[in-house]
Write a protein that binds this ligand. Sequence first.
Ligand code: ZN
Length: 420
Amino acid sequence: MQAQTVDDLHNYYNRFADKYLIKHSENKCYYSIDGRGITTYASLSAKRGNRPECRIYWDEIEIFRNLLRHRNTEEQLKIFQRKGGRRFTKNERIQYGIHRAKLKGGQKYYGRKYKPLSGYKIALDPGHFAGDFETAKIEGKFIELAYVHKDTVRFYEANLTLTTARLLKDKLTRAGANVLITRPKAGVLVSGKTFKQWKQSDFPALFRKDIQEKRFTQVRAQKLKKFDARLHTLYLASPELALRADIINAYDPDLTIAIHYNADPDIKAIDQPSSHNYNMTFVAGAFMRHEMDEPEERLHFLRILLMQNFDKSVLASKYIIRQFEQKLKVNTIPKENHLGYLKNASIYVQHGVYARNLGLCRRLNSPLCFGETLVQNHRWESERLKVNRLDRPAKRVQEVAEAYYQGILQYFRELKRQKK
Ligand SMILES: [Zn+2]
């Protein structure tokens, strides 16, 4: 961005928010961008009554960015909610201006110099966590296709994503990068616990709190407890994503890749295959109605607005989507398509790249490509994917890892070229 004057700045940020961050215009009651800076409000009446929740003045942008990168979410939220319309004090400016790298004594260099990815940190997040089919059913990420006169085809996404991440990590490491996998082991959450262990140790306290706050009756609560899939959706999925994002942000990578395999909803029955096959990628953006109602959500909105990772995320996604086409010989989802979530919950950015306010997207400080390759429940694709084992990767999964790898190489090559 070449914006120099305050006029340029607020025009630039307004245009960017309108185009890619706001899916539903109701959200505009929660913020304003003007000559003073960027301001969030807790409600429309707070905006009308000029009661700011947090105003970042234009000359405070760098301090706030620094704060987002070097403090954890809890600290960020406290500072965000305390700020109101006042400026940072001199003390706060000094305190929040300190970089973590400086606190640790400074360190930025990894690996040998002559390799193509030397000096870069890359975070990989293999989607989901199941290590067996039963757990995959609890998290609702499995494929089970029934055919007449044939064995049922059964496999699950968490196995494919982890295999891909491991293969990709090897390639990236050999090319000189420093690589983090958020979930390095099969069958456990990033906390290291299995679903059963989580249900025994973490879940009861969360549940008690909801019963105390009378979110549901005792009878309903007892019923609910029997359905692991519901517990996963209500109590586990979101904190798990928040923790993954914290881990990635603490690592402070140059690029994050979230690895997922897609499934097509256009089917006659849940156990019948789809006739569609396609690839797509997501970057942060597209806040929908009610997705800015909470202070934490508005903090994330500010994060995506201020961190300015959008162009880099789109660039990485562009190269990766091209490699998906070439290496996997599967088309990118066309702009006109049958998928409700692309139309209703995303904003089209460019060929195969969509802004979407996914739990991981809004929390990350780094450029991100959130990849959704292939349709697992496509008839022929399911045949290629079902044979995958962690210790014996399917050829198809190797091709996916190679596509990511080549896309990432091109991305960093292009960044270096732009710097020259
Ligand atoms: Zn997934």
